[in-house]
Design a protein around this ligand. Structure first.
Ligand code: ADP
Length: 321
């Protein structure tokens, strides 16, 4: 039976990570465990940046964006020698279990630690919704709402000046932020890895709009769909006669206080992680399926294919143009 648990956040930060940290620490303490935080993800683990915390440490953070224990990337964590040092650091503090909040890459690190004798559980923390083993990742809902706020504002000026604006959103090869925000905003076009639209087709559709009933347009694009969204805007302007702008929303999508949905998802996942550790589970990741909190072996989870939202993509053709 484990006697202590540590928690760390890894990879890109996401709103709701703090709520997950809070849930792990509070549940751990309630169940009689010593609780620790590791600052700066696997980097801090390697460097021994580990602190024992009480329940007050996580007071007033459920509503805060980012991660109060910082996040980092440490590519060298793939090397066994580096991980051995990290395991040593945990042993020094008599820590026998670890909760890792992050994405797929962080899950791999968690799996490797499990193989080295540390009971480790992964929680899905990323705005991108690119983890196949959960319907929603912690942070996705907040980022989606942030994007919608931005698009609302861009819409006002875009419509006033009868422009076309491309809005590039994050997603890391997952089109969910673009698809969901595009539907929620009723934009003219949504371009994602699961729903690509060629440059020529974009231009054709814009020409129809320009000479049709609507003289302005919003287009939401997933990152990495075009080499440079600003170059695309220039070319489309020349070829359509529209005044065209491009906005890359960038890191503002990661910020802000977490939505109620993300706080609750994070809390459910954090509580479940500690419960699983107390049941002797390790090397698994927690997620949500059909509103139930579930868990899978990390290797099985990493092999899963993400759902393509065919129903939502079909809707674009019915209601967005
Ligand atoms: P995310 O967790 O959001 O997918 P990354 O892919 O950047 O973000 O991974 C975060 C960290 O997880 C990396 O910096 C590295 O420390 C660790 N990691 C990634 N892949 C592996 C791996 N194959 N083995 C061990 N650790 C890994």
């Amino acid at each position: 039976m484990i006697k202590s648990v540590a928690v760390l956040t890894s990879g890109g930060d996401a709103p709701g990570m703090n709520a997950a940290i809070r849930a792990v620490v509070r549940t751990g303490i309630k169940k009689g465990l010593k609780t620790f935080v590791v600052y700066e993800g696997y980097k801090g683990l390697y460097e021994g940046n580990i602190v024992e915390v009480d329940r007050n440490f996580v007071s007033d953070i459920i509503n805060r964006g980012g991660t109060i224990i910082n996040s980092a990337r440490l590519p060298e964590f793939k090397e066994e020698e580096v991980r051995k040092v990290a395991v040593e650091q945990l042993r020094k503090h008599n820590i026998d279990a670890l909760v890792v909040i992050g994405g797929d890459g962080s899950y791999m690190g968690a799996k490797r630690l499990t193989e080295m004798g540390i009971a480790t559980i992964g929680l899905p923390g990323t705005i991108d919704n690119d983890i196949a083993s959960t319907d929603y990742t912690i942070g996705f809902d907040t980022a989606l709402n942030t994007i919608c706020d931005c698009v609302d504002k861009i819409r006002d000026t875009n419509a006033s000046h009868l422009r076309c604006t491309f809005i590039e959103v994050m997603g890391n090869h997952c089109g969910d932020l673009a698809l969901f925000s595009g539907l929620a905003e009723g934009v003219e076009m949504v371009i994602t890895p699961d729903h690509p639209i060629s440059k020529d087709e974009i231009i054709e559709r814009l020409k129809q709009l320009k000479f049709g009933f609507k003289k302005h347009a919003l287009i939401v694009v997933s990152e990495k769909m075009f080499p440079d969204i600003y170059d695309l805007a220039k070319e489309v302007q020349v070829r359509t006669g529209f005044e065209v702008r491009a906005e890359r929303l960038g890191h503002l999508q990661r910020g802000g206080k977490p939505s109620a949905f993300d706080r609750i998802l994070a809390t459910r996942c954090g509580v479940k992680a500690v419960e699983l550790l107390l049941e002797g589970k390790s090397g698994v990741c927690v997620g949500m399926r059909k509103n139930e909190i579930v868990y899978y072996d990390i290797m099985d989870a990493l092999k899963m294919k993400r759902d393509i939202h065919h129903e939502l993509i079909k809707m674009l053709g019915l209601v967005n143009r």
